[in-house]
Design a protein around this ligand. Structure first.
Ligand code: CMC
Length: 436
């Protein structure tokens, strides 16, 4: 962190002396005011629910400029990564800070693919779930359970353990997501096939059966790989911050990532692609494109509680760059599968058009986010709606681990422990039960 020549001075209206606070500069983006000593010097906390103005850490992994609609992984624009690199290169970049050359890529891919199988015992564990359990409930359980199966990589303070657990998590997530799917439809699990690409192997584990040959469709393989790249990291979002906070207690990496999976499940975060598809389905049932206007009235009515899912973002106040790339992929996939006339896609286009012109959305800078399109792509590929967030979790795993490992290696890291503004009752005495 670079100390700025600037400093911030906090003054109080009650005559308390001013406090000078150091300011640090990042390489790009807003400076930060260091308030760590504020409580010691003033006896006051800062108040920032939802972290609207609080940097919880320093990080060199991902940078977002929400006003410009820019997303960089380790300095590289997402548009270049999505069109010139694949997911394995992106994983290497996020984890180790550099794009691999051909040899480093081959070595890394080999190290990952060495770990694609899961302990055979995992399937007995999986059998404990109801067949109709939500895949994210299963994923939260399975990922947490990895710590019970891989004891030799659970010491978060040991760099070798961290590296091997990173490889294991990246390698095993597709296997676990596919197992959760196969279990839900009563089909046999397909073991991973390491001569396929990461995305191709996932498609095969999802859709092949032991009784038929399966050929990976290159358009779908590329689309899946792009979904993985676009979702791989997104700086200090809710699930990543959850992973960091959970990991800050020194818990093992599998447990910390399981916490991230649980957080991602929510509809305001990773669950948005599922919620978006469900919303399109509801509008379809109401009468389709003709009812879009009526639906939009509900969205704009604050009392209705209806939101346009797949729209809006805490950080992007401009078009989400991932949404543009996903829109391209969406067209490519629907074209390759002959689904251009898909009514849900047409409906999504109609919603997008209205929202981009409507003053409610324009004045609030609400644009489509990545989930608006990724759900349509996944549905076209044949992934069931309730599996969408599992696919997101699979892709985000590398970002979670990169951020967790960065935190553990940071000499300034401490257990996370927010403070509060207490507004409850002052101290009082318990009355005997007969007098309450
Ligand atoms: N539909 C209708 N109104 C909205 C929407 C929406 N999707 N999103 C925000 N608004 C309104 C909100 O009601 C508020 O209006 P007002 O100023 O009149 O009170 C204004 O826009 C600002 O919104 P906010 O709630 O302060 O924004 P936030 O930063 O707290 O929330 C969000 C961000 C993503 C949770 C929210 O936009 C949302 O719920 N979107 C729908 C869910 C969604 O698509 N989530 C996926 C996010 S991208 C994937 C990821 O990175 O996880």
């Amino acid at each position: 962190m670079k100390l700025s020549a600037n400093k911030a001075t906090l003054s109080f209206s009650n005559g308390k002396p001013n406090i000078d606070l150091p300011v640090y500069e990042g390489t790009v983006g807003p400076d930060v005011i260091d308030i760590r000593k504020l409580y010691g010097q003033s006896g006051m906390f800062t108040y920032d629910p939802g972290f609207l103005s609080t940097a919880s850490c320093q990080s060199a992994i991902t940078y977002i400029d929400g006003d410009k609609g820019e997303l960089l992984y380790r300095g590289y624009p997402i548009e270049q990564l999505a069109t010139q690199c694949d997911f394995m290169e992106t994983c290497h970049l996020l984890l180790y800070g550099n794009l691999p050359n051909a040899k480093a890529k081959a070595d890394f891919t080999k190290r990952v693919t060495n770990h694609t199988m899961v302990s055979e015992q995992m399937q007995f564990f999986l059998r404990g779930f109801r067949r109709d359990a939500h895949p994210m409930a299963i994923m939260t359980g399975l990922v947490g359970a990895l710590s019970a199966f891989y004891h030799d990589s659970t010491d978060i303070n040991n760099p070798e353990h961290r590296d091997i657990s990173a490889l294991r998590l990246i390698a095993k997530m597709p296997t676990l997501v596919a197992m959760a799917y196969k279990y839900s439809i009563g089909q046999p699990y397909m073991y991973p096939q390491n001569n396929l690409s990461y995305a191709g192997n996932f498609m095969r584990m999802m859709f092949a059966t032991p009784c038929d040959d399966y050929k990976v469709n290159p358009v779908i393989e590329r689309a899946m790989d792009r979904i993985f790249i676009l979702h791989a990291d997104h700086e200090q979002n809710a699930s990543t911050s959850t992973v960091r906070l959970c990991g800050s207690s020194g818990t093992n990496p599998f447990a910390a990532i399981a916490a991230g999976v649980a957080c991602l499940w929510g509809p305001a975060h990773g669950g948005a692609n599922e919620a978006c598809l469900n919303m399109l389905g509801e509008i379809q049932k109401m009468g389709g494109i003709e009812k879009v206007g009526h639906f939009m009235e509900q969205v704009k009515d604050k009392n209705s509680g209806v939101k346009l899912m797949g729209f809006g973002h805490r950080v992007y106040k401009n078009y989400d760059p991932r949404a543009k790339l996903m829109q391209e992929t969406c067209k490519e996939v629907l074209g390759a599968l002959g689904l251009e006339k898909d009514p849900l896609f047409k409906l999504a286009m109609a919603l997008e058009k209205i929202a981009l012109e409507d003053d409610y959305f324009v004045s609030r800078k609400l644009y489509p986010n990545v989930d608006f399109y990724s759900g349509i792509v996944q549905r076209a590929i044949g992934i069931p709606v309730n599996m969408f967030t599992g696919v997101f979790a699979l892709a985000r795993t590398v970002g979670w681990i990169a951020q967790l490992n960065e935190m553990i290696s940071d000499p300034e890291y401490k257990i996370g422990r927010p403070r509060q503004l207490f507004t409850g009752s002052v101290k009082r005495d318990v009355l005997p039960i007969a007098k309450r």
